[in-house]
Write a protein that binds this ligand. Structure first.
Ligand code: ADE
Length: 228
């Protein structure tokens, strides 16, 4: 089974996404196990402090390395088999793309570390992790939402996570293009009609139309995706 260990100071943030829809089903079906670990539980400080002031001065607080180190050590205890990817979520990381998510889904075990405050002690980056991942060029209040995005993106790629009706194949990005437009009933909504070609029954023409529409949409919305 695919295992995801999440190290966070806000484990409660994850209950929504793990208890609804496809992730809930995948967990129930034994496709994935998501374990939440509160980094505060690993603080040796009597107030369960996980942050401290930055050396050299400056604003804000920095996440300490010891509780993160101890949490990782605990998560790895007794596990000899697969070597996990140990991922720090931060805006400084490698961009999460569909290709990267597919690469991550080929592993068996991910450990996600959710950063906070002004940042984490640089030695976490230098000595404890295998990857640093960003979900986009904007700054979140913490790594939790980014971890949830990563979990959602990776889990839906795991065998058995999606039912027959939710296909991971013909969708945006899997062929380098955005998705073609989809329609369902009614064929006429307040005078706005579904393109006739889709009711033609001619699958060749429909496929051609969809390819053209996907290309048009990609050129318009995301020209950077079209490799030259
Ligand atoms: N933490 C704060 N902002 C982030 C981002 N954009 N991606 C990943 N982790 C983050």
């Amino acid at each position: 089974m695919f295992l995801i260990d999440v190290l966070t100071i806000f484990p409660g943030m994850f209950s929504g996404i793990l208890n609804e829809s496809i992730l809930k089903r995948a967990i129930k079906a034994g496709v994935v196990n998501v374990k939440l670990h509160n980094i505060r539980d690993y603080s040796k400080d009597k107030h369960h402090k996980v942050d401290d002031r930055p050396f050299g001065g400056g604003p804000g607080m920095v996440m300490k390395i010891e509780p993160i180190y101890d949490a990782i050590k605990d998560v790895l205890k007794g596990r000899k088999k697969s070597i996990p990817r140990i991922i720090l979520l931060s805006p400084q990381g490698r961009a999460l793309t569909q290709d990267f998510a597919e690469e991550l889904s080929k592993n068996r075990h991910l450990i996600l570390i959710c950063g906070h405050y002004e940042g984490v002690d640089e030695r976490v980056r230098e000595y404890l992790i295998t990857d640093e991942v960003s979900i986009g060029d904007y700054v979140l209040t913490g790594g939790e939402l980014a971890a949830m995005v990563l979990i959602d993106t990776v889990v839906r790629l795991l065998p058995g996570a999606l039912g027959d009706k939710d296909s991971a194949k013909s969708e945006s990005f899997s062929n380098g293009l955005l998705e073609y437009p989809q329609y369902t009933r009614p064929a006429d909504f307040m005078g706005k009609r579904v393109p006739d070609v889709l009711s033609s029954g001619n699958h060749k023409i429909i496929e051609k139309w969809r390819r053209e529409e996907a290309t048009k949409k990609t050129l318009l919305n995301r020209p950077d995706l079209i490799k030259t």
